[in-house]
Design a protein around this ligand. Sequence first.
Ligand SMILES: *Cc1c(COP(=O)(O)O)cnc(C)c1O
Length: 511
Amino acid sequence: MKKQKKGVVSLKYTSTRDSGRIVSAAQAISQGISEEGGLFVPSQLPKYSYEDLTALSKCSYQERAVRILKDFLTDFSEEEIRECVENAYGGDKFSGGHPAPLTLQQNGDVNMYMLELWHGPTCAFKDMALQILPHLLTKSLQKIHSDKTALILVATSGDTGKAALEGFKDVAGTRVLVFYPENGVSPMQKLQMNTQEGSNVAVCAIEGNFDDAQTGVKRIFTNEAVRAQLEARNMMFSSANSINWGRLLPQIVYHISAYCDLMATGEMDYEGEEINIVVPTGNFGNILAAYYAKEMGLPVHKLICASNANNVLTDFLRTGVYDRNRPFHTTISPSMDILVSSNLERLLYHLTGGNTQKVAGWMQQLSETGRYEVDEDMKSVLKDLFWAGFCDDEATKNTIHEIFSVENYLVDTHTAVAANVYKQYVEQTEDRTTPTVVVSTASPYKFPKDVLSAVAGGEQPGNEFQQIAQLASLTGTPIPAPIEGLQGKAIRFQNTCRPDGMTEAVLAMIR
Ligand SMILES: *Cc1c(COP(=O)(O)O)cnc(C)c1O
């Protein structure tokens, strides 16, 4: 292993589909995705002992972030990382001081520590990574001596788009183009994106679902002809989706931070005491970050993967068969309406011990037939690590209703899926004692129609803004300022294209 500075081991990144590609963190973050279509993964993981966790439990969120990022970004100086972290999480970017607070709630006879990740500027957990990614990316581009403008293409199921637009707006050396499924996001999410300010941003709806958007973006990234056109204009592609390592890394921080907060409050009684982490899952980014935290030494009993009616991951984790050949459901938790979870590729890479040939083969089967099946020993490893479940829209609404009536605590539709699946987990495993962190991914005010009807019972009249007002008066919860501020904002973007027109939309933006 190459020593960089005294005592600092340099950590490299490699592609999930080609072990011959070895790059620095700056390169991985700048590029977003490897040229042959693989995803960048760290070649080894830093390990945290009980002493490390104890020390971190006495630190602020920012200090925890600096320590963890420093261990992965060995080509960045501590000062650089500190600056990125301060810019992202300092000041009043996140309301309430702690960017990722825990609050204890009960659902029936089970305790849940809700990890609220939606106090940032766009009211969803995507801010946790997308507030820092622009800083990491700008520094990465400097490190690889690139004076190119980064064109960031984003496929969004609703929340990533807005968070990327907000994070990158008017950041020098970057431009952002967001594609979202025309009928696959909530009206509030659509309004957030279509009213986005900034001179370097654009938004385009596509006639298709999230998978069409994501496949389209990946195809454009690997299209030689388009890359050449960018090159000629001194531009390069990058990604703000969770295929970019710079998106995943900041998400590892809050899983570790949650454990540290539990240590600090005295909830954890002994060395090695385990927690469960329940994650409402779509593209497998958030739960993969929890997996990395576990592999780094965080004592985790089960990673609980919660899906909505698009339960392709539930089936995969239970049976080892990934099969996207099934109906696509448009649900009330739209950010999880995904049948091709791109980050699963990273998990497969790690669980095969870095067998890129195997991973590339499965990914090829997935794109050709929509299906692949992993080996028997991998199936048992998956069962050890994960517990998986799903629930439909009705159960989601019932869960929102139940948690509000019992605890006077309001959750959004995605978080409700997680809470519901956790309850199923407790019923089926009878594990009532492991302290459990439920990852709360969005503010209920991003989905007022469904949250309101869940709380009040039945459809409620009025437009989005009347509904948020009604939700606030009914529940006594504050309307987040960024949501309230959308009212009366001018619409800037109204374009729609077909999935096969996405390349043209990109070319139109750079001409
Ligand atoms: C993106 C998103 C998810 C799914 O997260 P993944 O990292 O894609 O698995 C869940 N809930 C909300 C509110 C989201 O925005």
